[in-house]
Design a protein. Structure first.
Length: 363
């Protein structure tokens, strides 16, 4: 069964049983290595992407069952898994890894495509110098398509690598590309590291776009004059947009409001790796009177925003406590500190039920 996009796949398959998602964000201007057909779909693209990332930005969508893996192959021009979309959208350079069948019998070759001509040329140069064969990808591989996930980064230009089956088998002992075999680093042959190191050398040579004139961005896809590199984030609360995909935004004001919404709607301790993150909103339910509850919440919200969202300016906070149903509505008026004279009428209302459950409230 072929799925049109991630929404259909997620409705039919189970995370952790049928597939897994591994995501490691980068910081600042960064290069992302991604395997959107990882695990048992096109092995060992997950392992190669992870190795070449060197502990940096990395994404892997992995099939966990070798038998059902082929059915989880989403088209690269329609790949819209949320973590990948956000990580790719924020990356300055992107390498997306694929496996392909041998186009010619028993040929070890890497097909290189994508709109980032600079990085593609460096990869070809380093792979050839290391003794690996490269070739131009057939048109059907879609690497140059603007909708290809590899080209949906900040520069609107990435690289797609398609490794032939024979090449991939040459990287592992006995050519075993099963999920169990590729998961063990001891099964990697020296060719695996020679190949990966060539890619790492190429990536180390490429400039990352940094917003200055010193390293001009390389754009090979048409762009409108005002189409600047932007940050893409998922909406909070999670939502589906008009096209059926995951709602996201490039509006920095909306991103700030979303982050404040998430902060106020989280109770301290709910984030295991960041135990102090959040606002103890439900504590207001047990205050002596509404005045004290409002005062407690105002101080808690201001302290949390100051610690976790220093780019935000809070101009007003109000709270409505409903003891009958055990709920607290917190209205936070906030603006960006880095925009002089910014409007202060951006209000986000967050409703929290006792116990910490966030409920929908109108903005």
């Amino acid at each position: 069964m072929a799925y049109q996009n991630f929404r259909y796949l997620a409705a039919d398959k189970i995370l952790g049983i049928d597939y897994d998602i591994k995501n490691r964000y980068g910081t600042g201007t960064y290069l992302l290595h991604a395997a959107i057909h990882g695990g048992g779909i096109e092995p060992p693209t997950s392992q190669l992407a992870d190795y070449c990332s060197g502990g940096g930005a990395w994404y892997s969508f992995e099939a966990l069952n070798d038998l059902t893996a082929p059915g989880l192959l989403l088209p690269q021009t329609a790949f819209d898994e949320p973590f990948c979309v956000v990580n790719t959208g924020n990356s300055s350079r992107t390498v997306v890894w694929h496996g392909t069948a041998d186009q010619r019998e028993a040929e070890q070759v890497t097909y290189v495509s994508g709109a980032d001509d600079v990085l593609a040329s460096l990869i070809i140069q380093e792979l050839n110098a290391a003794g690996f064969t490269t070739d131009r990808a057939p048109v059907g591989f879609g690497g140059d398509d603007p909708q290809n996930i590899c080209n949906r980064n900040r520069l609107r230009a990435g690289v797609q690598l398609d490794l032939s089956l024979t090449l991939r088998k040459s990287l592992y002992a006995e050519g075993d590309l099963s999920t169990a075999a590729t998961a063990l680093p001891e099964n990697r042959l020296p060719a695996f590291y020679a190949y990966g190191d060539a890619i790492r050398r190429a990536c180390a040579l490429v400039p990352l776009e940094d917003g200055t004139d010193e390293v001009p961005p390389v754009i090979t896809q048409p762009r409108a004059p005002d189409d600047q590199a932007v940050s893409v984030t998922m909406r909070t609360p999670f939502a589906i947009d008009h096209s059926g995909g995951v709602a996201a935004t490039t509006d920095e004001r909306e991103q700030l409001l979303d982050r404040v919404h998430a902060l106020v709607g989280t109770l301290p301790g709910e984030r295991v790796m960041r135990s102090t993150y959040g606002v103890p909103t439900s504590a207001a339910l047990f205050a002596i009177n509404p005045e004290i509850a409002n005062d407690q919440l105002q101080r808690a919200v201001r302290d949390a925003v100051a610690e976790f969202e220093p780019s935000a300016v809070v101009s007003a906070i109000s709270a409505d406590v409903n003891e009958a149903i055990g709920s607290v509505n917190v209205n936070v008026q906030v603006s960006r500190a880095d925009v002089p004279g910014a409007e202060r009428d951006n209000t986000r209302s967050v409703g929290v039920l006792v116990g910490g459950t966030v409920i929908s409230t109108p903005e």
